[in-house]
Design a protein around this ligand. Structure first.
Ligand SMILES: [Zn+2]
Length: 153
């Protein structure tokens, strides 16, 4: 499988995302805010999640062509060390981010974003405080503790 590059739109500095199949494995771009005497191009090779941050490589180069050549050298060394599971980890993360975006676009909340109505009664039972039938028997337990100056967590 070959690497391919996609130019990013709407970015101030020329930036290319490098893909290996469907996986975004790195970036080549003009470095922001460096003196004109310094190498103008930078690259980073590797992806996350799937790879450890220390496995990733990066460098600088005088031209796009040099940056591309250095990137490809780094990638050829890196590729044999990568398992299909690493790529799948990246794909899974992208898929779940897309799923979260869709849920938010529908104006819905994720289960983790909905405040929990579950409470633990001093008697040890966990119940739904929004459900009157479930919470009623425990009110007496909670009031009894509060009357004694206790704290309900
Ligand atoms: Zn109770």
């Amino acid at each position: 499988m070959e690497l391919n590059r996609r130019r990013q739109k709407d970015v101030h500095h020329e930036t290319w995302h490098v893909y290996y199949g469907d996986v975004h494995v790195g970036t080549i771009g003009v470095r922001a805010g460096v003196p004109s005497s310094a190498p103008q191009w930078g690259w980073n090779c590797g992806f996350y999640p799937g790879m450890e941050p220390g496995q990733q490589q990066h460098g600088i180069a005088a031209s796009f062509e040099d940056a591309r050549a250095d990137f490809e050298t780094a990638w050829r060394r890196m590729l044999p060390t990568l398992t299909e599971a690493a790529f799948d980890e990246w794909r899974d993360a992208v898929a779940s981010r897309a799923e979260i975006r869709k849920i938010h676009e529908r104006g819905e909340k994720l289960p983790s974003e909905i405040p929990s109505s579950m409470m633990r009664c001093p008697c040890g039972v966990v119940f739904d405080s929004h459900n009157p039938e479930e919470s009623l028997p425990h009110r007496a337990h909670i009031y009894a503790i509060q009357a004694k100056g206790g704290i309900i967590r």
